[in-house]
Design a binder for this molecule. Structure first.
Ligand code: SF4
Length: 183
């Protein structure tokens, strides 16, 4: 009888293998674990948030990527997903939430409003959340389809999986945070 191959959801990192033996480096193992167990904090202020709800639903199911556990506390989240129009008054709140997240942390700006202010080129709307926090991935669209949100999420997974464990201690990273007034 033909034996079925096991369904592999996660590929092993590059390394050296032989029967009963596999060796790789620590960065890759930690990256593999982190990228498949991201806990997102959904900061949804308007219509893009509705697309995110669809992304979490049964059809698109972000849980397939190990991210079904949303965190509504910044202290237990490692991915800030900003979805919607951010008024200037909300800017300091987004900044505070980012500061309350533990390292390592990543940020996605979902949709035109979060990325650049979108159609709201007005005195009251923040022209992109990168004015208050560093952004890792921008997802275009007004609104982006769930497929685009998933694509942005997979780009984050790529960054998370390949990030060196030393990056967060580097002078470049520290000066990036300092440019946002974060010590
Ligand atoms: S980008 Fe478009 S869909 Fe998303 S919050 Fe702004 S106006 Fe709404």
């Amino acid at each position: 009888m033909e034996t079925k191959k096991p369904y592999i959801t996660v590929q092993a990192p590059e390394g050296y293998s032989a029967p009963g033996f596999f060796a790789t480096n620590l960065d890759k193992v930690v990256g593999l674990a982190r990228k498949n167990s991201i806990w997102p904090l959904p900061f949804a202020t308007s219509c893009c948030g509705i697309e995110f709800m669809a992304t979490m639903g049964a059809h698109y199911d972000l849980g397939r990527f190990g991210a079904e556990r949303l965190s509504f506390s910044p202290r237990q989240a490692d991915l800030l997903m900003v979805m919607g129009t951010i008024a200037k008054k909300m800017g300091p709140i987004v900044h505070q939430i980012y500061e309350q997240m533990a390292e390592p942390r990543w940020v996605i700006a979902v949709g035109a409003c979060a990325s650049s202010g979108g159609i709201f080129d007005t005195f009251s709307v923040l022209q992109g959340i990168d004015k208050v926090v560093p952004v890792d991935v921008y997802v275009p669209g007004c609104p982006p389809r769930p497929e685009q949100i998933i694509d942005g999420f997979m780009k984050i997974q790529e960054l998370v999986g390949n990030e060196s464990l030393r990056r967060r201690y580097s002078p470049e990273y520290r000066s990036l945070l300092e440019s946002y007034g974060i010590k």
